[in-house]
Design a protein around this ligand. Structure first.
Ligand code: AGP
Length: 616
């Protein structure tokens, strides 16, 4: 989950490397480093524990000179986040520098072999074996060919990697490769670039190339990129991705933090996603690779996801079961991967939900489902991501880059994306008429305006956040699809405010969590005007009887809830119960953000987390 960048060209490398790392910092932010090589073959590196801002200060005073270089922002896996463990790592001769995203699973064995051969190691990382292996190949069978040396070295690795490599003996040559970790490259008039994802490249080009696993790309200062496969054969037609958003989409644009910006962007994201989806065949979802007949025969859906995307899966289950009447199982990818027996039918469809499209657990699960013969449909935000490339069909939610680690706009857009799938299935299998589907689609089109109204009520969230002062824990409750709203609200709060937050289906509270409640304990109760309203109101009463302070998330005009709750986060009436989770969550996203800011935390980069969880 680290970020990797590389550049070779006509400009000094360090400025873009630092800017690129800043953009990739969401991938990891416990240490950072750059290394450049000058045309005369001098390697100059700067690295440190801490964020890219610290690295930038150090780099400005060190002023590394060179038009070819690599950079890294780290999320520690092997070895604490210290200066010494920060990337780049060098070989024993100090001529070869490497940055790495991923995990080398056989590094201990390789390290023992290298040490026995006289190599000395300076860090606790798994990565450090790589420059030493490249050095052995460079001095041996690869005979001074950097791409061949990298190929030779990576043939000995097990695990996952995205690597960028430079060498003092061939200044100007940048070699990059990947296996299981994302990496893209781009050719421009002022040189060639590499990065973990398209975001840092959006400022220099709108056209990038996707590397396949084990491809090795050699980048040169004239902007040329030569890609060869594992056997050294030239790859003529690499996959191209056109970046269809402006570089400014990944910038703050006047907001104080990305989370605030991304929460505000939700109405437009949903509008984009829904636009043009109602056509002469009902819901237009050409992204599906199944024919209408195949869709009609789907008799089970398995949804695979992690974290916030898993919560989307729970709501998707409600929609698919209600509208298409197809049974759905929702699985945590990390659990599914180690479930020995998993039963599928001949017509099981797998839906993977992943904002980044790079979550290691989710990708492993998707491959397993494919291996079991299921059609795999991905709902993702990132163009050209591994989930998209490996799935049979992909719905891009088009939410634009999501930079804050806490997912917000991707949550609601993925939810609406799954509603489109549910309607498409319902129409295909005959559980809904075209008119019914059209009515539901029109209901969905109300979401953006209701979201705007909720956003305009952010003062309610700010006010409610005060009830969390001096608290260490909170309970979130809801019923049916809004138990998921409670799960997601609690996840947001714990991710960014470090408050313990427990979420339960409201009716389950009496089976244990009620023991937590004492005087002034905050309970967030999601209680829309729906078919379980009275039941949830009773649960609020039970909390109040034990001294809790209750914050309601309720439908406008609900006098009963207004009387019971210390604060109410009001939501305009919705046409369908399934719309409430998509709009009410905005209050809980804002609430979590206000609580975290009250406590003085960086809401975009919470401790210990990373945006893209590319390790198992
Ligand atoms: C969300 O706020 C989290 N940061 C996290 O739970 C995330 O949803 C999870 O890691 C899955 O990510 P994905 O959607 O990119 O697969």
């Amino acid at each position: 989950m680290c970020g990797v960048v590389g550049y070779t060209g006509t400009k000094q490398a360090s400025e873009w490397l630092l800017d690129g790392l800043q953009t990739l910092e969401y991938r990891g932010y416990d240490s950072a480093g750059i290394q450049v090589v000058s045309s005369s073959g001098n390697l100059h590196g700067v690295k440190c524990a801490g964020r890219v801002a610290t690295l930038r200060e150090r780099a400005h005073s060190a002023n590394p000179v060179g038009t070819c270089g690599i950079g890294h922002t780290r999320w520690a896996t092997h070895g604490a986040p210290t200066d010494g463990n920060a990337h780049p790592h060098l070989d024993g001769s100090g001529r070869i520098a490497v940055v790495h995203n991923g995990i080398i699973e056989n590094y201990q064995k390789l390290k023992r072999e290298l040490m026995a051969a006289g190599h000395t190691f300076l860090s606790d990382t798994d990565t450090e074996v790589i420059p030493h292996l490249i050095q052995e190949a460079w001095d041996g069978p690869a005979k001074g060919d950097l791409a061949a040396a990298v190929r030779n070295a990576t043939d000995r690795l097990e695990g996952s990697w995205a690597l960028a490599v430079i060498c003092a003996d061939c200044p100007g040559t940048l070699v990059v490769t990947r296996n299981g970790s994302p990496l893209v490259v781009a050719s421009t008039p002022d040189g060639a670039y590499a990065a973990s994802d398209v975001m840092p490249l959006a400022s220099v080009t709108s056209h990038v190339l996707q590397l396949n696993d084990r491809d090795i790309a050699t980048l040169t200062p004239d902007g040329a990129i030569r890609i060869t496969d594992r056997d050294g054969r030239v790859v003529d037609h690499p996959t191209a991705i056109d970046i269809d958003w402006d570089a400014s989409a990944a910038k703050l644009g006047g907001y104080s933090d990305f989370m605030a910006k991304e929460i505000s962007e939700q109405p437009e994201a949903i509008e984009r996603l829904l636009s043009g989806r109602l056509g002469k065949h009902g819901i237009e979802l050409d992204e599906l690779s199944l024919t209408r007949e195949e869709l009609a025969s789907v008799d089970k859906v398995v949804i695979i996801a992690c974290g916030t995307s898993y919560h989307v899966g729970l709501i998707a289950k409600a929609a698919i079961e209600r509208w298409a009447r197809v049974p759905v199982s929702v699985e945590y990818a990390s659990e599914f991967n180690y479930t020995e027996e998993y039963l599928v039918t001949d017509h099981t469809m797998c839906v993977v939900i992943t904002q980044s499209g790079e979550t290691a657990d989710t990708l492993t699960a998707a491959r397993r489902m494919k291996g079991m013969g299921c059609n795999v449909f991905a709902i993702t935000n990132v163009l050209g991501s591994t989930a998209a490339r490996e799935s049979d069909g992909t719905l891009y939610i088009q939410a634009g880059p999501e930079v804050a680690v806490a997912s917000t706009k991707a949550y609601t857009a993925q939810m609406v994306g799954s509603y489109l799938l549910a309607l498409r299935l319902a129409l295909a299998n005959g559980n809904m008429s075209r008119d019914e589907v059209e009515k539901h689609y029109r209901d969905l089109t109300q979401i953006p305006d209701i979201m705007r109204e909720v956003l305009a009520r952010r003062w309610q969230d700010k006010q409610a956040a005060r009830l969390f002062r001096n608290q260490r824990s909170a309970l979130f409750l809801g019923r049916n699809c809004n138990s998921t709203t409670a799960y997601e609200g609690a996840l947001k709060l714990k991710e960014i405010s470090y408050l313990h937050a427990e979420a339960y289906p409201a009716g389950e509270m009496k089976h244990g969590p009620i023991a937590l409640i004492e005087g002034s304990f905050p309970v967030v109760a999601v209680v829309p005007a729906d078919h379980v309203h009275d039941k949830t109101v009773s649960n609020i009463q039970e909390c109040l009887a034990r001294g809790a302070v209750v914050i309601g998330v309720a439908t406008d005009g609900d006098e009963r809830v207004a009387k019971l709750c210390s604060e109410v986060l009001w939501v305009p009436p919705v046409a369908d119960e399934l719309i409430f989770p998509a709009v009410a969550i905005i209050h809980l996203q804002l609430l979590a953000r206000y609580v975290a800011r009250d406590r003085g935390y960086d809401v975009d980069k919470p401790r210990n987390l990373a945006k893209s969880v590319t390790v198992e």
